[in-house]
Design a protein around this ligand. Structure first.
Ligand code: GLU
Length: 408
């Protein structure tokens, strides 16, 4: 993932006529911190967890990006994800660079008390390099508003004043924003609508397959269902279910657990691999990275692939899909709704003045539609695919700001 990102950054900078010095600056994060967090577990033992925070580039403003709790978190992934956050903020024109954090752990096997100790310990460990004007974390895979609440509480105690702008994705009563919980899915839904228009597909009755039923996948299924599309397949980490006539999304939302798992309740499941290859119009990988690869890219039947997860399609698979005429909308564009509403949350925290859901939704819609149009236009002007076009748009402001600062 990390290497592929660097490859595309190199290509994008060349297209924009920036030289090797700029690539040297932007190919890696400016700051990367590894921490070890001791947590007293419920059985009385102390377990030491490893965590990371990566800050790619702060030339346009503080860095911004989520924290993921997952057993497979690793240094290279966190670094790549922080670069992607820079690109997302560039595409949506937010005044941020990219950051990302992660802790190697399995929250599915931890109690609430253990998770709270881990969350607070992580904030203490990284406190010197984060803050409302430095680096602003948020939720990501397997973290949620409760975890953000513990983290903001810990940070405010450390600083000895209320600091809601330290983190986004908070519960509403702690200064969260209306619309943040559903923002990633909302942004993806807006992008799907725009992509469908370009391809002459009517969303009403379009067949949609969604891999993953976490924050992005589950709300997206609901938005697609409400827009009149037929959600013909969805999956969780264990398996997938399908119905050519459209699944009962409200029922699935009711019966999933807090990690988005529901498939154990069904007997006639198929694998995640089979799900990706289902006959459909729109495929949305909304789970984890490296799902569409050289192995299965030829078997994808969808006409449009919109990446809701970070990094679900490899570079090799991107090329195969593009060559086959599949319209691929890249993650850094399609899932940027999350960080966009995080930005709104931070603005509201800074002003102590809170917006209605309607205001948030309208502002999000405008940013997502404009961002989509801009990337699409660049892809046409430069005759490049949507991923390279998105990288070009995403990196441009960062490169220009770095030039002005004399960093490259
Ligand atoms: N974790 C989300 C992402 O990957 C949101 C980041 C944020 O809100 O800062 O885009």
């Amino acid at each position: 993932m990390y290497h592929s990102t660097q490859t595309v950054i190199h290509e994008a900078l060349k297209k924009l006529n920036f030289g090797d010095q700029m690539y040297e600056l932007l190919k890696e994060p400016l700051r990367f911190l590894e921490v070890r967090i001791p947590v007293k577990m419920d059985d009385g033992t102390v377990k030491v967890f490893t965590g990371y925070r990566s800050q790619h580039n702060d030339s346009v403003g503080p860095t911004k990006g989520g924290i993921r709790f997952h057993p497979e978190v690793n240094e290279a992934e966190v670094k790549a994800l922080s670069i992607w956050m820079s690109l997302k903020c560039g595409i949506t024109n937010l005044p941020f660079g990219g950051g990302k954090g992660g802790i190697i752990c399995d929250p599915r096997e931890m109690s609430g008390r253990e998770l709270e100790c881990l969350s607070r310990g992580y904030v203490r460990a990284i406190s010197q390099i984060v803050g409302p004007c430095k680096d602003i974390p948020a939720p990501d895979v397997y973290t949620n508003s409760q975890i953000m609440a513990w983290m903001v509480d810990e940070y405010s105690h450390l600083r000895e004043f209320d600091s809601p702008g330290f983190i986004t994705g908070k519960p509403l009563v702690l200064g969260g924003s209306k619309g943040r919980e559903t923002a990633t899915a909302h942004g993806v839904a807006i992008v799907i609508e725009e992509a469908a228009k370009k391809k002459g597909i009517n969303l009403k009755d379009a067949r949609v397959v969604i891999q993953g039923f976490g924050n992005a996948g589950s709300y997206l299924a609901k938005f697609m269902h409400d827009a009149g599309a037929k959600v013909v397949g969805v999956s969780d980490v264990l398996g997938a279910i399908t119905d050519p006539n459209g699944l009962d999304i409200d029922y699935l939302l009711d019966c999933r657990d807090s990690f988005g798992t529901f498939s154990s309740l069904f007997s006639n499941t198929i694998s995640n691999k089979e799900l990706l290859e289902l006959d459909c119009d729109i495929l949305v990988p909304a789970a984890i990275s490296n799902q569409i690869t050289e192995e299965n890219a030829y078997d994808i039947k969808a006409l449009i692939v919109v990446e809701a997860a970070n990094g679900p399609t490899t570079l090799e698979a991107t090329k195969i899909l593009n060559d086959r005429g599949v319209f691929l909308v890249p993650d850094i564009l399609s899932n940027a709704g999350g960080v966009t509403v995080s930005y709104f949350e931070w603005v509201q925290n800074n002003q102590s003045y809170y917006w209605t859901e309607e205001e948030v939704d309208n502002k999000l819609k405008k940013i997502m539609v404009d961002s989509f149009e801009n990337v699409y236009r660049i892809s046409k002007i430069h005759q490049v695919d949507m991923r390279l076009a998105a990288y070009m748009v995403g990196i441009k402001k960062l490169a220009e700001a770095s030039c002005f600062r004399g960093w490259a």
